[in-house]
Design a binder for this molecule. Structure first.
Ligand code: SF4
Length: 443
């Protein structure tokens, strides 16, 4: 039986595509392996959003080329954003790669593989694919949590972003398809947490129904199983509604956690970014969220060094972060991407300045995060157990509802007979910059 392995790079949205490809191949009789070095065909599902992501994708392909040269694997397939963005160039420059499949054609992965000796390239100009409940998925995440992609593509056209070119315009999945998929997934796995993803989840439904229907979708997902955590990721500050905030507050099992990338707070920069929102709207949105959901943890993302960002713009951002004290924050430096509108903008910021500004933001955030974590000391919180320590049988690793998988902190839990996927009460006894530690307690 032909063995296939995959390396999934980039964000959870890409991970869902990888899971769909693996599900389709399993259905066609291929044997899936976790370790690509033991495969006949190695797929790398690439990311090409910014310079660092492209570099990581290329490096991974070269690692596989090395394995192919040593005859450890037979074929290499490059999938996802990199071939979507650079299809012909990639085909002519990466001769060792045997097949290419773009973001809109991942459902044809079996066809690519069946013609692999002919170096097929399948990259549709306008990606239109969005998976449904009828597509099989082979989960790459631990079995107790999953990502649910409710939409693909984006209509927002932020000036720095090439995602709409890589993934097309907004396509929402019908509500019924999302609910059926969750039912199917839960049949095989005891899923304790569902992470809802898309490019702009707050705009969910607009293309299909002529109105935003995220709040309704979340309510219906939350009521399918009230013990399961539901976590909303990738929202856009311009697209919130009072109904959405109320739904998150009122449905007990929707995590009080919001992933709300603001990118900047200076109105000049927001305008140049085409973020379609203003500092005053962002401020009043955060005020409302904090008033309505008092224990909420807000995760934001900021983009440092956008063309024309002055010292004064940057100070505004720094002051805002200090005042707002986001519980979680990720910061990226601007990457000048060909094909984005801001590629031709004047006043590009030198890399050194970007890096200095980034360091300043992260230094401030470390202090904020440490203070926030200290507020948990001696409190008892619910923790979802993700892992067991390899050496200590009474040590486990989990997360609170305020931590998304892979991006936020963890809780180190001392306890006996705990199981992965369990929700346990944990008394916090120690706090670190980004993580917590405590003892499992029975109440
Ligand atoms: S909201 Fe903006 S940054 Fe996010 S995917 Fe859409 S265009 Fe890109």
């Amino acid at each position: 039986m032909t063995k296939v392995g995959i390396i999934s790079l980039g964000c959870p949205r890409n991970l869902v595509d990888s899971e769909v490809m693996m599900g389709l191949l399993k259905d066609k009789g291929y044997q899936l392996v976790d370790d690509v070095t033991t495969s006949d065909i190695a797929i790398v599902n690439t990311c090409a959003f910014i310079e660092d992501a492209k570099a990581e994708s290329i490096e991974t392909i070269f690692d596989l080329v090395g394995l192919k040269a040593k005859k450890k694997i037979k074929y290499i397939v490059a999938a996802g954003c990199l071939p979507q963005r650079y299809k012909d160039k990639l085909k002519s420059e990466l001769k060792e790669v045997d097949g290419f499949v773009g973001t809109g054609d991942i459902d044809k992965i079996d066809k690519i593989i069946s013609k692999i000796s002919k170096r097929p390239l399948l990259v549709s100009k306008d990606p239109a694919f969005i998976y449904s409940h009828t597509h099989p998925r082979d989960l790459i995440t631990p079995a107790h949590y999953a990502y649910i992609k409710i939409q693909e593509g984006c209509d927002n056209r932020c000036s720095y972003c090439v995602i709409p070119q890589l993934r097309g315009g907004l396509r929402s999945r019908p509500i019924e398809s999302v609910l059926k998929e969750i039912k199917n997934l839960s049949r095989n796995n005891d899923i304790s947490e569902l992470n809802i993803v898309g490019q702009d989840t707050t705009f969910y439904g607009y293309d299909l129904y002529g109105k935003k229907r995220l709040a309704e979708l979340l309510r219906r997902i939350a009521r399918m199983n009230k013990r399961r955590w539901i976590r909303l990721l990738y929202t856009h500050p311009a697209h919130y509604s009072a109904e959405l905030i109320k739904t998150i507050r009122d449905e007990e099992n929707i995590c009080n956690y919001l992933d709300l990338p603001i990118q900047h707070i200076s109105d000049r920069v927001l305008k140049a970014m085409n973020r379609k929102t203003h500092s005053s709207s962002i401020k009043s949105l955060i005020e409302k969220i904090r008033k309505d959901i008092p224990d909420v943890a807000i995760r934001t993302t900021v983009l440092i060094g956008f063309p024309g960002e002055t010292d004064s713009d940057f100070r505004k951002l720094l002051d805002f972060i200090e005042e707002t004290r986001f519980e979680r924050l990720g910061a990226f430096t601007y990457s000048n991407e060909e094909g984005s509108r801001s590629f031709s903008y004047k006043n590009q910021i030198p890399e050194r300045t970007k890096k200095e500004r980034l360091d300043e933001v992260m230094k401030l955030q470390r202090r904020i995060s440490e203070g926030y974590n200290r507020s948990f000391l001696n409190k008892t919180v619910d923790v979802l157990i993700d892992e067991k320590d390899a050496k200590d049988e009474n040590l486990f690793i989990g997360r609170t509802q305020f931590d998304a998988p892979s991006v936020d902190g963890q809780v180190f839990v001392k306890g006996e007979n705990l199981k992965i996927s369990d929700f346990v009460k944990v008394k916090i006894t120690d706090t670190l910059e980004y993580d917590l530690a405590g003892q499992a307690v029975s109440l």
